[in-house]
Design a protein around this ligand. Structure first.
Ligand SMILES: [Zn+2]
Length: 297
């Protein structure tokens, strides 16, 4: 049971949390706490289900901590390039550090929940994450005995979507434009964002065909083009197949897309363009002689 704590070198062994070194006594006490814990977590819904597993939220961890005489103590917070970072220690009442962790919360996180949030909210979440991580070190095994995952819910928020990464920043790509594309959202030093993006492979044209009525024809069209991995992206598609949908300023005239027009273009995409290696223009746009059309925006 104590092997879960082995990788942590800066904390003292867990037996002090139970006031004994006797393994049988530790198991007895840990089991007793875990049995007391589960009904409270269930009754107060202090968990989040991720991939069919229950991850306990910070409230559940602090409750277990207070049962065990361990408290999360913020040590510092500091601003980072795109958010906040915090360090929290798990300490006993006598001040002994039994766990410690640092965590961050950034505006550009994959979850998308933090894009427009105020700084104080990010600072607070960085602390919450660090706290749940710090408490996990000494208390994780009791949580497991209670039937829950050892990873706190707040820590999972950042790790649920493993997968494709930006080749330049090694950052997880985030769903964007309603899931149509996967985008690197790394904020660069000049204040702009990384422009790397790809079509979301999980966002299929078939899925769009059965899309709920709330999705606009323009959004359907964009999704289909993204899903088709159209060379050059959506603006290139418009230039070649629907230049009337490009406004004088170069923007996409989404409001002009009727359901019929969207369907016709999606049919074109599915039946025609996708069967070709190169996109062919059914419009009288200039072809190779004048080079590629200039990118919009
Ligand atoms: Zn990037």
């Amino acid at each position: 049971m104590t092997q879960a704590l082995a990788p942590i070198t800066e904390v003292i062994p867990v037996p002090t949390l139970f006031g004994t070194d006797d393994p049988e006594r530790i198991v007895f006490l840990a089991t007793a706490r875990s049995k007391a814990l589960a009904p409270i977590i269930e009754r107060e819904k202090l968990y989040v289900i991720i991939n069919d597993r229950k991850h306990v939220r910070i409230e559940g961890w602090t409750f277990l901590g207070s049962m065990s005489g361990v408290f999360a103590v913020p040590v510092w917070t500091r601003p980072i390039a795109d958010g906040w970072e915090a360090r929290v220690e798990a300490r006993t009442l006598s001040g002994i550090v039994v766990g410690a962790a640092e965590a961050q919360c950034e505006h550009s996180e994959e979850s998308g929940n933090w894009t427009s949030k105020d700084d104080y909210a990010l600072r607070s979440m960085a602390q919450t994450r660090a706290a749940s991580k710090a408490l996990r070190l000494p208390l994780g095994f009791i949580m497991v005995l209670s039937g829950y995952e050892a990873t706190p819910a707040e820590e999972m928020a950042d790790d649920t979507k493993e997968g494709l990464r930006c080749p330049q920043h090694n950052r997880k790509l985030r769903e964007w434009s309603g899931g149509k594309v996967l985008k690197c959202t790394k904020k660069l030093t000049d204040g702009t964002y990384c422009t790397y993006e790809i079509a979301n492979p999980d966002y299929s044209i078939d899925k769009q065909a059965g899309a709920p009525p709330g999705i606009t024809p323009a959004a359907r069209l964009q999704a289909a083009v993204a899903a088709a991995n159209y060379p050059g992206g959506f603006r290139e598609f418009l230039l070649w197949h629907a230049p009337e949908l490009i406004g004088p300023g170069g923007g996409f005239l989404a409001a002009k897309v009727t359901a019929e027009r969207a369907q016709a273009l999606i049919d074109l995409l599915v039946d025609g363009v996708l069967k070709e290696d190169e996109p062919e223009s059914p419009t009288p746009e200039p072809a190779s002689d004048s080079g590629s059309p200039a990118p919009l925006l």
